[in-house]
Ligand binder design. Structure first.
Ligand code: SF4
Length: 472
């Protein structure tokens, strides 16, 4: 029997036909929607007089525009555009019988957190969403990818999408991560080493001991940022960890169907010895807490390193580095540790899950946020919020001077009131450090793990959490 990768198995199982242009028309099992990219898609559908073909395969929530401050969350919101987007999504879901995790449902949150926690995200599935970070769901062994507005329309109308098959690269990380090194450090390290476009044209299979030993929430953090290195798809083979995570979730199969589903899910894992177009290997021991210094996620260093000098930067990346130095107001060759921050943000679809908040709370407990630093904890979903409160995590953070907010994307893209002001610099657990990303055209972002954000919040500057907290 031919040995096959998960990628090939899922691709073939969902292939409807090969189109004359060489692309494959793929059946899409699950389509996730939010308020930003869907209104225009529904509008186009209406213009064409087409129905949503599979409403039962379509799920929606509101995440980008929703205020996270309870006082600002009472409807109607101050932002009329946000109100219009939310109401349009409500209306479209109601008219088309689409399950909408609305603000009052208890299940609202960032779409890439809601899908997995509801058990909607399952191994061997194809999943699309009009959002760049859809590869998050690849953590379950799904082929999940972000799509544009016209493709959202196409999936709503046909439940299929045509796509050119990318090449497959196995990114293997073996060894054991040192204490204080997290999934976020792993993916920032990989992007740093492979470059911001290093994965263009590839799907990434993340494999090896590090991912085998990682919990599902860590795996989601890794796959979430596949796109930041240029990979439309990033996935991890399903295993017992995946199965355990899904067990009992609302949309997971039940009874006899569960056993059948588990057998089917595990059969999608890549066969030993299958073909990869490329294999790249890394060692866990080489990975340290990693932070960005520039304006893309590949411009990163270990927290105890210096920002590279210009002569250390490849010639074709120097112009970009100079632009980054100027924007970030940082100098080549200076240590990144000690950079003053104004804002600390823990949240987003990268690191707004319960395990992120738990780990961060361990180190925030009994400490105080530095004077002048605004520090936000934004649970990624209402369920994360509820579970975290039940454990008393909210109190640990608020006692330490953090603000505890309600679920949403918050500062990650700042399409809501949570924005940087002027040239403020934010230590952030999110996934993008692009210019102006956090709501101010001159605002600055340094990406890092949630524990590193806590360290920065407490000292008021980029700090090696291992040293500050004695993590060894
Ligand atoms: S948290 Fe950030 S990256 Fe994730 S869906 Fe929201 S805006 Fe996009």
């Amino acid at each position: 029997m031919t040995k096959k990768s998960l990628f090939d198995k899922v691709w073939e199982a969902h292939s409807v036909r090969t189109l004359p242009n060489g692309q494959t028309q793929l059946f899409i099992d699950t389509h996730l929607l939010h308020e930003v990219t869907s209104p225009q898609a529904f509008g186009m559908l209406r213009d064409l007089n087409l129905p949503v073909l599979y409403p039962q395969r379509t799920f929606a929530t509101v995440d980008h525009v929703i205020p996270t401050d309870s006082a600002q969350r009472q409807e109607p919101y101050a932002d009329e555009l946000a109100v219009a987007m939310l109401n349009e999504l409500r209306k479209n879901c109601k008219e088309n019988n689409i399950r909408f995790f609305d603000v009052t449902s208890g299940g609202q949150g960032v779409i890439h957190i809601v899908g997995p926690e509801e058990g909607i995200t399952q191994p061997g599935c194809t999943i699309t969403c009009g959002d760049s970070h859809t590869a998050t769901h690849g953590a379950f062994g799904a082929l999940a990818f972000g799509i544009g507005t016209s493709q959202v329309r196409d999936v709503l109308a046909s439940q299929t999408l045509s796509f050119a098959k990318p090449r497959l690269r196995r990114v293997q990380v073996d060894g054991k991560l040192a204490p204080g090194v997290y999934a976020k450090d792993v993916i920032l390290h990989l992007i740093r080493k492979m470059g911001v476009n290093g994965a263009q044209g590839f799907a990434h299979e993340y494999a090896g001991e590090v991912f085998d030993n990682m919990d599902m929430e860590g795996r989601m953090t890794v796959c979430n940022m596949a796109i930041e290195g240029g990979a439309r798809f990033g996935y991890i083979n399903p295993d017992q960890t995946t199965v355990e995570y899904l067990k009992g979730r609302p949309y997971a199969p039940k009874g006899a169907a569960w056993d059948e589903a588990v057998k089917n899910w595990l059969s999608y894992a890549s066969d030993e010895g299958c073909h990869y177009d490329e294999i790249i290997k890394f060692r866990a021991e080489d990975i340290a807490p990693t932070v960005t210094w520039g304006i893309n996620p590949a411009q990163a260093v270990a927290v105890d390193e210096k920002i590279p000098a210009l002569c250390e930067i490849p010639a074709d990346e120097r112009a970009g580095a100079e632009e980054a130095f100027e924007y970030m107001q940082l100098s080549p060759g200076q240590p990144v540790a000690g950079t003053k921050i104004d804002v600390a943000f823990i949240g987003s679809c990268t690191n707004g899950r319960l395990s992120d908040l738990r780990e961060a709370a361990k180190y925030a407990k009994g400490k105080q946020v530095a004077a002048g630093v605004k520090a936000l904890i934004v649970p990624g979903s209402q369920i994360v919020d509820k579970l975290a409160r039940e454990e008393g995590l909210d109190k640990i953070f608020t006692d330490a001077g953090f603000q505890w907010r309600e679920a949403g994307c918050s500062m990650c893209l700042a399409m809501n009131p949570d924005k940087l002001v002027g040239r403020q610099l934010c230590a952030s657990s999110s996934n993008r450090n692009f210019k102006g990303r956090m709501g101010s055209p001159t605002g600055r972002t340094i990406l890092m793990s949630p524990v590193m954000v806590v360290a920065a919040a407490i000292t008021g500057e980029i700090t090696d959490a291992r040293k500050l907290f004695g993590i060894a």
